[in-house]
Structures are given as structure tokens and as C-alpha cells.
Design a binder for this molecule. Structure first.
Ligand code: ADP
Ligand code: MG
Length: 632
């Protein structure tokens, strides 16, 4: 015999809970009905835990009690008080458990809620309705609550937890013969509508329709209870998918895509998966973590199963149900189970197939998807480069021929001329800036398409990706890049006679060297530039030149990397400067112009630590120009 249940004992709530209760009791707000969702969800959890227990433990109290939830209004014969009772035949609680679970520790949901309130991001009344505040939400409608419980443990005794929502609660012995928990709620005068059966049914339908146990109001079952995902896809309407998704997540935006399928071989699986329209899970979401719900034989095995989706698809939400999973699997065996690996492969293929379909049939929607989730996918590949074969077809980039749209690698390949062997890309910060990149000069002359890799993660992934469909991915800032020869008359370097005489050009090169000092490793003539005066290229043996960009994004002791400055001998600006050096070598305009050319090239490359620093020099250049114009 345990004695804990035999005597009465008073407790004070943990400080956090007091705070929470204060908010719940004193905030006037509209979504009172969520208290029922919370109590039913606790009842459902308790039933699932009980069900689990019975699979392995023959020694469960009241083993034959049907698994169900009852929600019943109750009139008080001696007064006008209205009561409501929420009852389950679940796992139950001992006196100690009542004290611990309902008063002396704050559940994570409650703590998170308080954090939000103290952040001040929203008034409590605005967010309670959407937030899993848990058991204590009952005090939004209750003057007094009495939780009577009988644990599944054969030797336990029934006990009751009683509170008025003030600072205290009491644990006392109770008489209850059947297993499970009953919550007796004395309704506040402004909440008596919850003593009406129609109201209860309406609220259950709204929030708890797919709870996996029958919920009775009186004799009548108020929820559908069926597992929507087990129905054939043809029997499920768009409306059903939407309401299932919304009940599961409380995300009121429609999912971007829905995947529903069943298969019996090689593994039995029923799955209903969703790609939410937004990656960010708001305060509004019930589902706090990534992962799908894993069921077997209608029992929820894992609420957030992350072993079924690769990291790069972690945003996929939904339900996976497999009869092949042994019912009594422990969470550890779930993780390294061959069946789980098979399941995971099937699911991944289905999701990819769906994404291909969206890309083909609803390109705008796919673009939305890519903007929302490219981060996750790229991060996933960064962590696991072996995923690149599966994920690269999902990638989209702007390009020199995409007219502001995005293109896939596959359609890039389709457009490649026969003699093009590699896939070209240029790295930078912004599509508008890279569109003017001097590296593009030789590609424009040859009408070759170049992808714009302008996401910081692209630079990070560049060295990991290597190739796609046997075509090397090639960064065009590579000085040694070999491009197809051009017909004689179009070759920029051999264009008629160079406008600039050899000695003048050499003097210009020399002046660049002295002005820029060791900021560049070399200054030399370019063989490829056409429209641009200069460009920066990496010395041949630079390891990981893509990474230099990353350091800039990360802001970690970023040092501007040293590059080779290539100069376009045929550019009028270069010619004018060279002539100025010949005639007035001391003119201050010369050095300023060289500095500016160099820094503009850094911006172009996405390597400039702080472009705003250029402004004073640009001002000086303007002043000098204006001055010479007005004098001349
Ligand atoms: P959460 O459900 O997020 O854990 P709650 O505040 O809703 O938080 O519930 C607190 C705890 O009280 C639960 O974790 C559970 O241990 C216990 N509990 C609540 N309701 C029941 C119930 N009907 N049967 C058994 N245990 C319950
Ligand atoms: Mg709960």
C-alpha cells in the first residue's frame, strides 16, 4: 500500500505556472474553445501510452476498458453551476504524478508560451488560441478544476488534484474504480456555453476531428476518427486534405503540395505528406519540430520522426503509416531498422516525383517552392554531398539567357551547343551585378550561356558539386579557361590594330602595379575582355577560391583575397588613362581612377568588404572631372 494517496496535501504552483495561470485567468479573449483541444489531446496521449503499455505488459489495471474519450456536460442539482467532464480510459496518474505533471514542472509548451509573451511580440490574448498552452488552458473557462485519476498500475490508488486557478493546488484521496482520468470543470459564468452538447460537438469537429480514438458527447460520437491517410486517394477531396492539414498543423495557409499514396510492396506504407507553403513555422503552428508522424496499426509511434526524410527534405510534414513496423518497436530500433531505410527511400522518391510534376505543370508554384526551400536543400547537400545527384535536378538559377527567370541545369544542358562540354557559372552577390561581370565578355561574344550563382551557399557548394550529368561545372573567373576559338574578325584581342601603342600600354600596366602594390599578385593584358576595362582572376594555384567569398559573408577576419588584374588593352578608358600617364604623369586623376577600377572589380566579384568606402573617392573623381570640364 502506498500512503501518498491516502492523505491530503497542499502545494503551491511552480512560479512559471503561476505566471501562466495569471495570464489565462485574466485575459479576455475569443478562442476559449482551445481548452477542449488541449484536454482531448492529453486524453488521446494518455490512451496511446496505455495502448503501448498493453502491447508488452499483461499486468495493466482494468485491461478490458474500451479506449475512448467522453465529453459530458453536467448540471449541478443544488445550484446554477454548470460543469463539464472530460474523461479518458488512458494511462492515468498516481497521486505523485498528478502533483508533478500538473503543478511542479512546467511543460515546454508553457515555457515557450511565456517566452513569447515576455518578448512582447503579441498580446497574450492574440496568441493563446494558436499556442499549445496545455492543461492549464482549462482555467480560461474554469472557476474550479478537479482531476480525478486512477493509474494503470495495479497497486496504485485513485487520487484527485484540485485547484481554483490561484497559487495553490491540493492532492487528496479519491474514489474511482475505473482506469484513467476525469477532468471535472466548474465553468465560469461567461463560459457556460460549453455545457451545451451542440457547442461541444462543434468544437470537437473543428479541432479534434481526426483524433484516433472515439470522442463521445453523450451517446454520440463527435469525431470522424478515421485515419484519412488510409483511405484510397480517390476518396479524399481537396477539402479533406486541407482540413486534415490544418488540423494537424494549425497552419491556415494551404500546403504548397500534397502527396498521398499507398503501396504494399516491397513495404506496406500509407502516407499523406505535405509541403507547407512557408518554411518558417510560426507561433501559429502546433508542430514545433521537423519530422513526420509515424504510425503503425493506428498507434502513433513517433510524433516527430526525422529518420524517414533526409535533412534536405526536413520541411516535409505529414503522416506515414506502415503495418510492417513491429508494434512494439522501441525508438532506438526505429532508427536503425532496415525497413525504415526502405520506407525512407520510397518516401523520398515520391516527394521528388511530386516536385518534378509541380515543376513541369506549375512552374510558378515551383519557383515559389524553390525560393522558400532552396536554403534547406542546399544546406542538406552541404552536409551530405552524396545527395547531390538526387537534389541537383531541383536546383534553379538565373542565367545570362534566362531573362530574369530561373532555369534548371537540365534545361541549360538542352540549350548547350554541341561543342560545349562544360556548364559555366559565375559567382557573385546579385544577379544584376553579375550580369555585368567582365568574365562574361568572352561568353557574350561566343553566345554561350552562363549561370548566375548569387546565393552565398552557391559559393559554398561550388567546390562540392563537381559535375552534373558528366558535365563539369566550371567557374568562369578561371584565367586558364579554354573557350572555342572565334572566327578571325571577331577575336577581340586581334581586333585590327590595337589602339594603344605597346610602350603606352606597358606604362599603364606599370602604373597599376605601383598604385595597387601587393593588393594584386600581377597585372597583365587580357586575352578575352571586350566591353570591360579590367577584371580580377584567381592565380592558378588558389585553393578554394570560392571559400574566400564565404569568409566575407561570415565576416570572419575577412581579408580581401589577392587576385590577378587583367587589363583590356582595347578599352577606351584604358587608352585615355595611358595617354594621360604619358602626358601628365602627376595628374591625381590617374591613381584615383586605377584604385576605382580595382575596387569596382572587387564589387563585381562580390569580394568587396564594404562598397560604401568607395564613395569619397567617387566624389573626388567627380570633382576632378567637373573641374577639368569647366576649365577646359
Ligand atoms: P503536455 O501535454 O504538452 O505534456 P500538458 O500541460 O497538456 O502538457 O499536460 C501536462 C502533463 O500532464 C502531461 O505531459 C501528462 O503527463 C499529464 N496529463 C495531462 N492530462 C493527462 C491525462 N488525461 N491522462 C494522463 N496524464 C495526463
Ligand atoms: Mg497537452
Amino acid at each position: 500500500m502506498t500512503t501518498a494517496a491516502a492523505k491530503q496535501q497542499d502545494y503551491t504552483f511552480k512560479a512559471e505556472i503561476k505566471q501562466l495561470l495569471h495570464i489565462l485567468v485574466h485575459s479576455l479573449y475569443k478562442d476559449q474553445d482551445i481548452f477542449l483541444r488541449e484536454l482531448i489531446s492529453n486524453a488521446s496521449d494518455a490512451l496511446t501510452r496505455l495502448h503501448f503499455e498493453t502491447l508488452t505488459n499483461p499486468n495493466v489495471y482494468d485491461a478490458d476498458a474500451p479506449l475512448a474519450i467522453h465529453v459530458d456536460p453536467l448540471e449541478d442539482e443544488n445550484s446554477d453551476d454548470k460543469w463539464l467532464i472530460v474523461k479518458d480510459s488512458g494511462i492515468g496518474m498516481t497521486a505523485e504524478e498528478l502533483a508533478r505533471n500538473l503543478g511542479t514542472i512546467a511543460q515546454s509548451g508553457a515555457r515557450e508560451f511565456l517566452a513569447r509573451v515576455s518578448e512582447g511580440s503579441a498580446a497574450p490574448g492574440d496568441i493563446i488560441g494558436q499556442f499549445g498552452v496545455g492543461f492549464y488552458s482549462v482555467f480560461m473557462v474554469a472557476d474550479e478544476v478537479r482531476v480525478v485519476s486512477r493509474s494503470y498500475l495495479p497497486e496504485a490508488e485513485a487520487a484527485a488534484w484540485v485547484s481554483h486557478g490561484d497559487d495553490h493546488f491540493r492532492i487528496e484521496p479519491a474514489g474511482k474504480e475505473d482506469r484513467g482520468t476525469e477532468i471535472h470543470i466548474k465553468l465560469k459564468p461567461d463560459a457556460t456555453e460549453f455545457a451545451q452538447a451542440w457547442k461541444l460537438k462543434q468544437v470537437i469537429k473543428k479541432h479534434s476531428d481526426f483524433v484516433g480514438y472515439p470522442i463521445y458527447v453523450g451517446e454520440e460520437q463527435a469525431n470522424q476518427q478515421e485515419s484519412l491517410w488510409r483511405k484510397p486517394a480517390g476518396d479524399v477531396s481537396d477539402e479533406d486534405y486541407k482540413s486534415f492539414y490544418q488540423q494537424m498543423t494549425l497552419d491556415f495557409a494551404e500546403p504548397l503540395a500534397t502527396i498521398h499514396f499507398a503501396s504494399d510492396a516491397p513495404v506496406n506504407v500509407r502516407a499523406m505528406l505535405f509541403i507547407p507553403s512557408k518554411r518558417e513555422k510560426g507561433v501559429l503552428s502546433i508542430r514545433k519540430e521537423p519530422g513526420v508522424k509515424l504510425y503503425s496499426h493506428n498507434v502513433l509511434i513517433q510524433e516527430y520522426c526525422t529518420d524517414l526524410m533526409p535533412k534536405w527534405l526536413e520541411f516535409v510534414d505529414g503522416v506515414v503509416d506502415s503495418e510492417d513496423l513491429p508494434l512494439n518497436v522501441s525508438r532506438e530500433t526505429v532508427q536503425n531498422n532496415r525497413l525504415m531505410r526502405q520506407l525512407s527511400k520510397i518516401l523520398r522518391r515520391r516527394v521528388l516525383r511530386k516536385l518534378e510534376e509541380v515543376a513541369r505543370e506549375q512552374p510558378d508554384k515551383y519557383t515559389e517552392f524553390w525560393r522558400e526551400y532552396s536554403r534547406v536543400i542546399k544546406e542538406g547537400v552541404a552536409i551530405d554531398p552524396t545527395a547531390k545527384d538526387e537534389t541537383l535536378p531541383l536546383f534553379r538559377f538565373a542565367s545570362s539567357k534566362s531573362n530574369g527567370n530561373l532555369t534548371s541545369l537540365d534545361s541549360y544542358i538542352e540549350r548547350m551547343p554541341d561543342d560545349q562540354a562544360e556548364i559555366y557559372y559565375v559567382l557573385g552577390d546579385d544577379p544584376n551585378i553579375v550580369a555585368r561581370s567582365p568574365h562574361l565578355d568572352p561568353f557574350k561574344t561566343r553566345d554561350l550561356e552562363v549561370l548566375y550563382w548569387v546565393d552565398p551557399l552557391d559559393a559554398f557548394l561550388a567546390p562540392l558539386l563537381g559535375e552534373y550529368k558528366d558535365k563539369k561545372l566550371r567557374n568562369i573567373d578561371d584565367a586558364g579557361l579554354e573557350l572555342p576559338e572565334l572566327p578571325e574578325e571577331e577575336t577581340p584581342a586581334e581586333e585590327s590594330e590595337p589602339k594603344l601603342a605597346e610602350p603606352d600600354f606597358n606604362r599603364f600596366i606599370g602604373r597599376c602595379v605601383t598604385t595597387l602594390g601587393d593588393r594584386v599578385t600581377e597585372v597583365r593584358a587580357s586575352k578575352v575582355l571586350k566591353d570591360s576595362p579590367v577584371r580580377l582572376v584567381s592565380p592558378e594555384d588558389t585553393p578554394n577560391r570560392e571559400m574566400e567569398r564565404i569568409y566575407r559573408y561570415l565576416d570572419q577576419n575577412y581579408e580581401v583575397p589577392k587576385r590577378i588584374l587583367e587589363v583590356n588593352r582595347n578599352h577606351p578608358l584604358v587608352a585615355d588613362l595611358a595617354h594621360l600617364i604619358a602626358s601628365r604623369p602627376e595628374d591625381p586623376f590617374i591613381n584615383l581612377a586605377i584604385e576605382q577600377l580595382y575596387e569596382s572589380a572587387l564589387v563585381q566579384e562580390g569580394l568587396h568588404p564594404n562598397p560604401a568606402q568607395m564613395l569619397p573617392r567617387i566624389q573626388q573623381l567627380l570633382e576632378l572631372t567637373a573641374n577639368s570640364k569647366s576649365a577646359g
